[in-house]
Design a protein around this ligand. Structure first.
Ligand SMILES: [Zn+2]
Length: 269
């Protein structure tokens, strides 16, 4: 794990999303869990070296952030909506992605299950552990149930996929809330920002992400204004040139279509 501040470590390599820990004098808080079971087990063993896990926070309901919960101790804390997603989730929901990423992990071991939350909240929840404060703040955008974890003592915020400096994923997004959330994030007094995926960054990412989200909305909005059907928009929205870090082939290419479809449907309303 990469040391990011005095008491914060982030794992970006073996976890599909970023898995982070905050080490307090009364135990460890884990933020998001690895999807591949072997990696979740390995990380849980590594984290045990820092102290007992007291809380596991899931920053959003997508499989790549929640599937590893069952390999960790402590209480699972999520938004109300993420608990509903955890209760509904089935192993089949992630086998497609595992097949692609880590075929060795299939079939899933008997231990695997979507471990639901023990504690939930709707707007805000504050946890105190050791000398640390964890402000969990509902921040809809990438999903309706996304949250940020703000730890003032470390001057850091964990943003979920509301910050993802690769391709934003709109599949379950609420775009106008997403832009509001990025403004709220801007107000936090932090030096470090841990995105849902990718490298640890700083506050400059909020404006960058807002431009990125707005760019997608403008591109699809433009297609609608020109009277394009959804299928035409799929062909003509200049996503490839405009968002040049996105793959044009492979599994991520499906996200391009999903993004355009979701935004098209929302803007049409
Ligand atoms: Zn996500």
């Amino acid at each position: 794990m990469q040391k990011v501040t005095d008491n914060v470590y982030v794992e970006s390599e073996i976890s599909v999303c970023n898995t982070s820990i905050v080490v307090t004098k009364d135990g460890v808080v884990v933020i998001d869990t690895p999807m591949v079971p072997a990696n979740a087990k390995k990380l849980a063993a590594d984290i045990a070296g820092f102290g007992p896990v007291r809380y596991v926070i899931n920053s959003e309901p997508h499989g790549d952030h929640i599937a590893g919960n069952c390999y960790f101790g402590g209480m699972v804390v999520t938004h109300d909506g993420t608990r509903k997603a955890l209760l509904k989730a089935k192993p089949e929901d992630i086998t497609g992605m595992l097949q692609m990423m880590a075929p060795d992990s299939l079939p899933l071991d008997k231990e695997f299950h979507f471990r639901p939350s023990d504690i939930t909240f709707s707007e805000r929840l504050t946890l105190y552990l050791g000398d640390h404060t964890f402000h969990l703040i509902h921040m809809p955008g990438h999903t309706p149930y996304s949250l940020a974890v703000y730890v003032p003592e470390e001057r850091i915020v964990f943003t979920s996929d509301n910050i993802n400096l690769g391709m934003p994923v709109f599949r379950d997004a609420i775009p106008d809330k997403w832009l509001e959330t990025l403004k709220l994030l801007e107000e936090l007094d932090v030096d470090k920002v841990v995105p849902g995926h990718g490298e640890v960054t700083d506050k400059s990412c909020f404006a960058k992400m807002a431009r990125n989200v707005q760019g997608w909305l403008d591109a699809v909005g433009d297609a609608i204004a020109k009277g394009m059907s959804l299928e035409e928009a799929m062909e003509k929205v200049p996503q490839a040139e405009q968002f040049d870090d996105m793959p044009k082939e492979g599994p991520a290419a499906g996200f391009l279509r999903m993004n355009i479809e979701r935004i098209y449907q929302i803007l049409k309303k």
